[in-house]
Design a protein around this ligand. Structure first.
Ligand code: PEP
Length: 258
């Protein structure tokens, strides 16, 4: 089966309610329906999820949470339960984004619990892994990726997607070259096989300063199945161009698997 590309927008801590509706109109108006070749997902802040539910009630755009607590309820002030997210219609959950690992000290083990919780509540986990600049310089990239992957998948989830997001490329304008990204994705596939997953069927996104200008050369890498886009996703025109780049590279049923 060919792997269907994903274009995912991580809005981080941006936008207000009215902007969600405008973004939704612009992007929905630009996506070919009813059979889009690219799966489109949006990750708004928690407070914007009801607005996202309204904006994307009809059409091909799914939405998910940028984070979740691994437990269903309890004394966890400021956290949001997977039950509450599922109730709002979230179909996806980001797990282990590097900004949460950095800002909130999320451990590999906690990220693994979040992956399990997302799946338990019917949300597709998008597990983020990636090395810092120091780790890359020290030659530790593959060791870091292997560690984050093994811990993230400790619960043996039956279904999930991965995002390779080198920390040094996130929000810096310094995109990984297609070769660097392709090499990391190929490594992740080998690791997935080692962990007993059919890696050829799993989708691995690249994230880190993706723009309309660099999307085509990145998606041309056979191991890259789409993007997790931060900054550029806030602009509907830029995000549509990135979706289009994924669509041009999207295999048809007649194509051999990537
Ligand atoms: C991200 O937030 O996951 C991300 C990749 O951000 P940016 O595209 O801005 O680098």
């Amino acid at each position: 089966m060919p792997r269907r590309p994903i274009a995912a927008a991580n809005w981080k801590m941006h936008l207000l309610r009215a902007e969600v509706a405008a973004w939704g109109r612009a992007v929905l108006g630009g996506i070919p329906v009813p059979d889009p070749r690219v799966e489109v997902v949006v990750f708004p802040s928690f407070t914007l999820l009801p607005a996202a539910a309204d904006a994307f009630a009809e059409g091909p755009v799914a939405f998910g949470a940028q984070d979740l607590h691994p437990e269903e309820k309890g004394a966890h002030t400021g956290d949001v339960s997977p039950l509450q997210l599922a109730e709002l219609g979230c179909c996806w959950a980001l797990c282990g984004h590097s900004e949460r690992r950095r800002d909130h000290g999320e451990s590999d083990e906690l990220v693994g619990k979040k992956v399990a919780a997302a799946l338990r509540h019917g949300m597709q986990p998008l597990l983020c892994v990636g090395e810092t600049r120091e780790e890359r310089r020290a030659g530790e990239t593959f060791a870091v990726l292997a560690r984050q992957l093994a811990a993230g998948l400790a619960s043996r989830p039956a279904t999930f997607c991965l995002a390779y997001e080198p920390v040094w490329a996130i929000g810096t304008g310094e995109t990984a070259t297609p070769e660097i990204a392709g090499e990391a994705h190929a490594f992740l596939r080998t690791e997935l096989e080692r962990l007993g997953y059919p890696s050829g069927a799993l989708r691995i996104l690249y994230g880190g300063s993706v723009t309309p200008e660099n999307a085509a050369s990145l998606i041309a890498q056979p191991e890259i199945d789409g993007f997790l886009v931060g900054g550029a996703s806030l602009d509907p025109g830029k995000f549509l161009a990135i979706i289009a780049a994924c669509g041009f590279a999207a295999p048809t049923d007649e194509d051999p698997p990537k």
